[in-house]
Design a protein around this ligand. Structure first.
Ligand SMILES: CC(=O)N[C@H]1[C@@H](OP(=O)(O)OP(=O)(O)OC[C@H]2O[C@@H](n3ccc(=O)[nH]c3=O)[C@H](O)[C@@H]2O)O[C@H](CO)[C@@H](O)[C@@H]1O[C@H](C)C(=O)N[C@@H](C)C(=O)N[C@H](CCC(=O)O)C(=O)O
Length: 491
């Protein structure tokens, strides 16, 4: 709780119990910030907010009517003011913990969760991102990859109360463009990569990259920017604008932290890790070349935290794969099943390339669909990629929202000419079918949903057990009682 004159330069001194930017959640003795959104304008909801107990309205546009006994504060930019006040209301929580932000088109979740996992061996850590909000005894679904300012600052404040010392935060380009993290004080900011994505929102690649670049302007001058030298365009855009320290990682291009002589296996990866002039051979339980980049980002963040080399090496031993991200399912059948979240066409390409590089016999059987009501041009791209890399394709439901599942699948199928493809609308049956037809040496790729346990349909999010559980249940059902094979026998 704060007094209004602690938050604004005003005479009044009434108490403020909560702050809000959504009228639907406004409570007694609160402030309501009128955010002019992309589809609706928060100024429309002043009546509702006052009715529900708002004592102060922060606004930027002319108002036709003002309630008596309510304090109206006009500002130039409501979102800027919202950031300032949220940080103050919650006692500057991000200044009291080590804040590590991760941005990029893919790899945000993997990097953020791997760092959290590793540092949890030394510190009480929190994580906020696509997979959840996790700290102390709290595990909550996160409404966005990067939550809105008030929600975010409230959780950071709660972390302080629960003695959390460090946080990894996924920072989306939407979150940056919509000023969700403007009041967060970052100690380390990490960039993974940038693909052509969300152009419906950002308009151009330049805008998209400028959004991601903004994260690095939020880093403390004693902090670190961690950049991927293999992402040449972004590296060149940002490197000379930094006002903090810089550390780099890369595979193809020279960097402070590098991976050489990479060897990919179905259940782990090995490479020579080069940190400046020191080289060590390491093995990590993550799959795919793109995940080696993610591991390098994690290792570089440990250097930015000024860990001694012996501890960095110890920490590498704590790296684990992430739920639903290139996750190889553990079972005893003579084929492999990998579940991956795979949001962008580029990610499909990388997963398919991995499967191709690892496969010595057998087929690549892919199960996927495409989400409804967004990223329409992804359908053609993933259809073409499946055509190029897969032997069999089962097209299925994947968050169809208001669109017809069969129509979405047909749009993808149009580009699949060589592999056998079939549409099975029910994702559970599609996965069972893939398991049913799998032979020795096959790799089944179940893509697009990762860890998620819901399906976005026309009536909202419907419960769905999750790809991993559906696949393992199908294996149990189909192969119950059969002889078990050891994994090593497969290849
Ligand atoms: C495209 C986009 O990001 N839109 C965001 C944007 O919406 P908007 O500008 O249209 O705002 P709005 O919902 O119409 O409302 C404007 C204001 O009025 C308020 N309001 C609204 C209704 C009401 O009854 N009362 C009320 O007070 C709202 O709380 C808000 O403050 O501002 C809203 C408030 O900040 C966000 O909720 C909304 O996120 C939408 C729901 C969303 O789905 N965003 C996704 C795309 C997103 O952010 N994704 C990224 C990850 C992307 C990725 O990497 O894959 C993420 O970080 O999750």
């Amino acid at each position: 709780m704060k007094k209004i004159n602690e938050l604004f330069d005003v005479e009044e001194d009434f108490k403020i119990v909560s702050i809000h930017s959504d009228s639907r959640y406004v409570g007694k003795d609160s402030i309501f910030f009128c955010v002019d959104g992309l589809s609706v304008d928060g100024h429309k909801y002043i009546e509702d907010a006052v009715f529900q107990g708002a004592k102060c309205i922060v606004y930027s546009k002319p108002l036709a009517f003002k309630h008596r006994h309510v304090l109206y504060i006009k500002v130039d930019n409501v979102l800027d003011e919202l950031n300032r006040v949220a940080d103050l209301f919650y006692d500057h929580p991000s200044y009291k913990m080590t804040m590590i932000g991760v941005t990029g088109s893919s790899g945000k979740t993997a990097v953020a969760l791997m760092i959290k996992e590793v540092l949890s061996h030394y510190l009480k850590m929190g994580y906020i991102g696509t997979n959840n909000i996790e700290y102390a005894d709290v595990v909550e679904q996160c409404p966005y990859t990067t939550p809105e300012t008030i929600f975010l600052q409230r959780h950071l404040n709660d972390m302080i109360k629960k003695d959390v010392k460090g946080v990894t935060l996924e920072v989306s380009s939407h979150g940056l463009a919509l000023k969700r993290v403007d009041s967060v004080h970052f100690d380390i900011a990490i960039f993974t990569n940038v693909y052509e994505e969300h152009l419906d929102f950002h308009g151009t690649m330049e805008n998209l990259m400028a959004s991601k670049a903004k994260l690095f302007s939020l880093v403390d001058e004693k902090g670190y920017a961690i950049l991927n030298t293999d992402e040449v365009r972004f590296f060149n855009l940002v490197k000379d604008t930094l006002h903090c320290h810089l550390l780099t990682y890369g595979i193809e291009h020279k960097a402070d932290v590098m991976a050489r002589n990479i060897q990919l296996f179905i259940d782990h990866s090995e490479f020579d890790l080069q940190i400046h002039d020191e080289i060590r051979h390491i093995s990590v339980p993550v799959l795919g070349r793109f995940n080696i980049s993610n591991v390098l980002a994690v290792i570089t963040s440990l250097l930015a935290l000024e860990m001694p080399m012996s501890q960095v090496i110890e920490s590498i031993g704590y790296i684990q794969g992430v739920d639903g991200r290139m996750e190889l399912l553990k079972h005893s059948q003579p084929f492999h099943v990998i579940v991956d979240y795979c949001q962008h066409a580029k990610s499909y390409e990388k997963v398919f390339e991995f499967a191709r590089s690892i496969k010595t016999s057998g087929r690549i059987i892919a199960v996927f669909g495409a989400p409804g009501k967004k990223n329409y041009n992804k359908r053609e791209k993933i259809g073409k990629l499946a055509n190029q890399y897969c032997d069999q394709v089962i097209l299925t439901a994947e968050d169809n929202r208001d669109e017809d599942i069969h129509d979405i699948c047909l749009e993808i199928q149009e580009y699949i000419e060589t592999p056998v493809s079939v549409i099975i609308e029910d994702r559970r049956i599609a996965i069972e079918q893939a398991i049913e037809i799998a032979n020795r040496g096959d790799i089944i790729l179940i893509l697009g949903k990762g860890h998620e346990q819901f399906m976005a349909s026309s009536i909202g999010n419907e419960p769905y057990p999750g790809d991993k559980y559906v696949a393992l249940e199908a294996i149990n059902k189909i192969f119950e009682g059969e002889d078990e094979y050891e994994l090593q026998q497969v290849y």
